[in-house]
Unconditional design. Structure first.
Length: 170
């Protein structure tokens, strides 16, 4: 029987309290314990330690390789910002009041960029500074899209964000 047996071994007080003491499993007494398991307890601990170290090295190396191979994530832009600059130019030509909607989308998009920045980066950046108000931002977007008709409106909004970062440093 190789199962661990539990027995009431000890003082009468321990038996009264229900204290259980493990009793060694039945084993072949003719062979020493290190021959049964094939190694000494120290060798077993050493083997376990080596396995843990090797596993850690593999995990760390795997993470490093993944970061090196990482490609920039692309996001699917939705809403007015998904339009090309050519479409933006055509939309504002046909209906000038839609400029307000595009500008509002751009402000929301830039706010999302700002919120997603790491702590301390662009902290305190004003997306509506007095030195570059909404009218100037709209002119910037129109000029950017007039010069880059194949770009997306989102690209123009990102260019505006970079322009506002420079504005904040002056």
């Amino acid at each position: 029987m190789n199962a661990l047996r539990l027995g009431h071994v000890g003082t009468s007080k321990q038996r009264w309290l229900g204290v259980m003491k493990a009793v060694e499993p039945d084993r072949d007494e003719s062979r020493p314990i290190n021959q049964i398991f094939g190694r000494t307890p120290d060798q077993g601990l050493l083997r376990l330690l080596l396995v843990l170290i090797a596993s850690s090295v593999v995990l760390i190396a795997g993470d490093g390789r993944r970061e090196i191979r990482a490609e920039p994530q692309t996001a699917k832009i939705v809403g007015l910002g998904a339009a090309t600059c050519l479409q933006f130019n055509e939309d504002i030509r046909l209906n000038p009041s839609v400029q307000r909607d595009y500008l509002a989308w751009g402000q929301g998009y830039m706010s999302g960029i700002l919120v997603g920045r790491p702590p301390g980066v662009d902290q305190g950046l004003d997306l509506n500074p007095p030195t570059f108000d909404m009218i100037n931002q709209l002119h910037f977007l129109r000029d950017c899209c007039a010069e880059n008709t194949s770009a997306n409106f989102a690209d123009a909004a990102e260019a505006l964000y970079k322009r506002l970062r420079r504005e904040g440093k002056t």
